[in-house]
Design a protein around this ligand. Sequence first.
Ligand code: ZN
Length: 88
Amino acid sequence: MVFCYYCKRSHDSNVGLVSSKADAAFVTTGFSNWKKGMENFKDHESSSTHKNSLAAIIASRNVSVGNLMQQSLQKEHKCNEERFFTSN
Ligand SMILES: [Zn+2]
Protein backbone atom coordinates (compact mmCIF):
# COMPACT_ATOMS: atom_id res chain seq x y z
CA MET A 1 0.00 0.00 0.00
CA VAL A 2 1.14 3.50 -0.79
CA PHE A 3 0.41 6.66 1.15
CA CYS A 4 1.07 10.34 0.64
CA TYR A 5 3.91 11.15 3.02
CA TYR A 6 2.76 14.67 3.85
CA CYS A 7 -0.93 13.91 4.20
CA LYS A 8 -0.37 10.81 6.26
CA ARG A 9 2.04 12.57 8.59
CA SER A 10 -0.24 15.51 9.15
CA HIS A 11 -3.22 13.21 9.61
CA ASP A 12 -1.35 11.01 12.09
CA SER A 13 -0.37 14.04 14.12
CA ASN A 14 -3.91 15.39 13.96
CA VAL A 15 -3.03 18.57 12.14
CA GLY A 16 -4.36 17.66 8.71
CA LEU A 17 -7.91 17.28 7.47
CA VAL A 18 -9.00 14.87 4.79
CA SER A 19 -11.57 16.63 2.67
CA SER A 20 -12.51 14.00 0.11
CA LYS A 21 -12.78 10.26 -0.40
CA ALA A 22 -10.15 10.35 -3.11
CA ASP A 23 -7.70 11.95 -0.70
CA ALA A 24 -8.55 9.49 2.04
CA ALA A 25 -7.03 6.74 -0.08
CA PHE A 26 -3.66 8.45 0.24
CA VAL A 27 -3.98 8.89 3.98
CA THR A 28 -5.90 6.11 5.68
CA THR A 29 -6.51 3.14 3.43
CA GLY A 30 -3.43 3.40 1.25
CA PHE A 31 -3.39 3.44 -2.50
CA SER A 32 -2.80 0.32 -4.54
CA ASN A 33 -4.02 1.09 -8.05
CA TRP A 34 -0.69 1.82 -9.68
CA LYS A 35 -2.17 1.92 -13.17
CA LYS A 36 -3.83 5.18 -12.28
CA GLY A 37 -1.50 5.99 -9.42
CA MET A 38 0.44 8.85 -10.96
CA GLU A 39 -2.70 10.40 -12.46
CA ASN A 40 -4.47 10.25 -9.13
CA PHE A 41 -1.42 11.49 -7.31
CA LYS A 42 -1.26 14.56 -9.53
CA ASP A 43 -4.92 15.28 -8.78
CA HIS A 44 -4.22 14.70 -5.12
CA GLU A 45 -1.27 17.10 -5.13
CA SER A 46 -3.51 19.92 -6.29
CA SER A 47 -6.22 19.10 -3.75
CA SER A 48 -6.89 21.25 -0.71
CA THR A 49 -6.22 18.24 1.52
CA HIS A 50 -2.68 17.95 0.27
CA LYS A 51 -2.00 21.68 0.32
CA ASN A 52 -3.31 21.95 3.87
CA SER A 53 -1.21 19.00 4.98
CA LEU A 54 1.87 20.47 3.43
CA ALA A 55 1.18 23.82 5.08
CA ALA A 56 0.62 22.13 8.44
CA ILE A 57 3.90 20.26 8.19
CA ILE A 58 5.75 23.39 7.19
CA ALA A 59 4.23 25.16 10.19
CA SER A 60 5.05 22.31 12.57
CA ARG A 61 8.65 22.14 11.39
CA ASN A 62 8.97 25.89 11.48
CA VAL A 63 10.85 25.74 8.21
CA SER A 64 10.82 28.78 6.01
CA VAL A 65 8.44 28.38 3.11
CA GLY A 66 11.08 29.74 0.78
CA ASN A 67 13.47 26.93 1.66
CA LEU A 68 10.82 24.30 1.39
CA MET A 69 9.62 25.56 -1.97
CA GLN A 70 13.19 25.49 -3.16
CA GLN A 71 13.64 21.93 -1.95
CA SER A 72 10.38 20.81 -3.45
CA LEU A 73 11.27 22.38 -6.80
CA GLN A 74 14.56 20.51 -6.78
CA LYS A 75 12.74 17.30 -5.96
CA GLU A 76 10.38 17.81 -8.90
CA HIS A 77 13.34 17.17 -11.12
CA LYS A 78 13.98 13.87 -9.45
CA CYS A 79 11.37 11.17 -9.17
CA ASN A 80 7.83 11.99 -8.14
CA GLU A 81 7.58 8.64 -6.46
CA GLU A 82 10.05 9.75 -3.79
CA ARG A 83 7.14 11.34 -2.01
CA PHE A 84 5.41 8.03 -1.64
CA PHE A 85 6.26 5.57 1.01
CA THR A 86 5.05 2.06 1.48
CA SER A 87 3.92 -0.07 4.34
CA ASN A 88 3.65 -3.83 4.13
ZN1 ZN B 1 -1.03 14.50 0.06
